[in-house]
Design a protein around this ligand. Structure first.
Ligand SMILES: [Zn+2]
Length: 311
């Protein structure tokens, strides 16, 4: 089908060159309006490939019902923030601000003289007046797929089959993209944590592309010859989502994987202290599911090593 590629300038660089956000617009017949983006945080590149695969698929179709606007690289500044073989663009390197805390419920309050305000204003503008908005992220060095959205919207995303859906309410407002767009436009919006940071795992990629297609079929945007599969395994609130902190200094050896359920009194990792050769186990006090394991494995006490949810 026909599509349009648009380039919105967002920053003139010190070299004099201009950075753009590229959007792909597929406009079909009557139907829902969908907005998809990925790579707002620099290391979170799996979502970009998911969207590029979707673009390839859409090009082969005669038409769709409704429209889809796709931004595979929402934040080129963050994508280019790289140190010693690693992508580090979770924060603006000048201000230290998290790139997914720069948005406003009222987009007119954004200061577009700043690059953060300019980027946020452009992305909120692209996403406005859509029925469904999905922002694709990743979490940690290993994670299970999970979705952040509201209680009202969670069932709309069931065909994505997230292992865990985490509900937030308006009192949890963090200036994130999905919640800002939802409040500004009264649409269904969510953040899909589709895999791990800094890598494009081919089997995770195929799985997630399949889930995204099923979701678009469930919304009747893509043709479906059977009822799209939908299931929500686990729905929790954001208060049930907890960070796991190191309880001892040293080197972390994980004993569990993302997606594992750990019973009360069992340990998730051992931490080996180089100063005295001792080993300390990190036990959980409640039954938990391991949502994400963070990359850091040489830690001081109190550092974040992962994310869990209470079961
Ligand atoms: Zn992210």
């Amino acid at each position: 089908m026909k599509y349009t590629i648009k380039h919105q300038p967002i920053q003139t660089l010190v070299s004099g060159d201009t950075l753009h956000i590229t959007s792909y617009e597929f406009i079909g017949g009557p139907g829902p309006k969908i907005y998809l983006q990925a790579n707002l945080h620099g290391p979170e590149i799996l979502g970009s490939m998911i969207l590029l695969k979707l673009i390839d698929h859409l090009k082969t179709l005669d038409s769709i019902k409704g429209s889809i606007i796709i931004v595979p690289q929402a934040n080129p500044i963050a994508t280019m923030a790289q140190v010693y073989g690693h992508q580090v663009g979770r924060w603006n390197q000048q201000t230290g601000n998290n790139w997914n805390r720069i948005f406003q419920m009222d987009a007119s309050r954004l200061n577009t003289k700043s690059i953060e305000g300019k980027l946020a204003s452009n992305l909120m503008g692209l996403a406005s007046q859509h029925d469904y908005v999905l922002d694709i992220h990743t979490s940690g060095k290993e994670s299970v797929s999970h979705l952040y959205t509201t209680k009202e919207s969670v069932s709309s995303f069931a065909a994505l089959s997230p292992s865990v859906s985490i509900l937030y309410s308006s009192s949890d407002y963090f200036n994130a993209f999905d919640e800002s767009v939802a409040m500004a436009n009264d649409c269904v919006a969510g953040t899909w944590e589709a895999g791990a940071h800094g890598e494009i795992d081919s089997s995770a990629l195929e799985e997630r592309v399949g889930e995204l297609m099923l979701w678009l079929k469930s919304l009747r945007v893509l043709e479906s010859h059977s009822e799209a599969e939908s299931h929500l395994d686990s729905v929790v609130t954001i208060d049930d989502t907890k960070t796991l902190y190191a309880n001892a200094p040293g080197y972390v050896v994980w004993l569990v994987g993302a997606g594992d359920v750990v019973e009360v009194g069992e340990s998730v990792c051992e931490i080996h202290n180089p100063a005295d050769g001792s080993k300390v186990l990190l036990l959980v006090e409640m039954k938990v599911l391991i949502l994400s394991k963070y990359p850091l494995q040489a830690v001081s006490v109190g550092q974040e090593i992962g994310k869990i949810i209470y079961k």
